[in-house]
Design a protein around this ligand. Sequence first.
Ligand SMILES: [Zn+2]
Ligand SMILES: [Zn+2]
Length: 254
Amino acid sequence: MKIEFLGAQGGVASGFNATSFLVNDDLLIDAGSVASTLAVERQALIKYIFLTHSHLDHIKDLAFLCDNCFVTREHTFEIFGHSTTIINLKNHLFNDAIWPDFSVLPNLENPAIRYNTFVPEDEVIVGKYKITPITVNHPGDAVGFLVEFEGKTILFSGDTSQTSRIWEFANQAKNLQAIVTEVSFPNSMIGVAKASYHHTAETFAEEYTKMPKGVPIYLTHLKPTYQDQIISEIRKLGIDGVNIIHHDGKILNF
Ligand SMILES: [Zn+2]
Ligand SMILES: [Zn+2]
């Protein structure tokens, strides 16, 4: 399984792209930067788009993905989300006010996007993937995903603060290869982190005690403004197997 971190940051600035992870060229986890980082020809190859939640940094490039590819794409982009996420996309993005309704464009028979709703903890099978959404502790009915492909599993927590259910699943997961999770703020901003349901290095360290051991951890979603400080606080924890994705475009193979 190939994971391409198109964007792994908790914000947008020059050189910092928002959350969007491409799996094997056809599966996209979140759409924060897929249009701004990926060649249009490769955008057109995506089949399945799984959204953790509808915060702007996880969905904004859906707009431009559709705009780039609504004629050239090979397939209708199958968008999967919690019912709350799908309703938010319909009401607040593809509503013909902010952006055209690409679920009926270029025509009803072969639209650019199709909405699919999942229920947390119910497996979704698409192509060769088995994907299990699991509720996490973040607004908008946010979920993380266990993505299973050819006998290997990767966990994507998405945005979250202290949570437990997804770690119960992680501890049972078949052949778990990696945990991709988040740290967004420096320790000094614990108040903001708690209010916005994100982690600091210190709360990540508490969360780590619930995670299966011996599985590499990849930290994402650092706020660009505080990146250096967060990196130094993570390194001070001295936890083995913790990697920080602070440059976009990194590719990992499992
Ligand atoms: Zn969020
Ligand atoms: Zn986010």
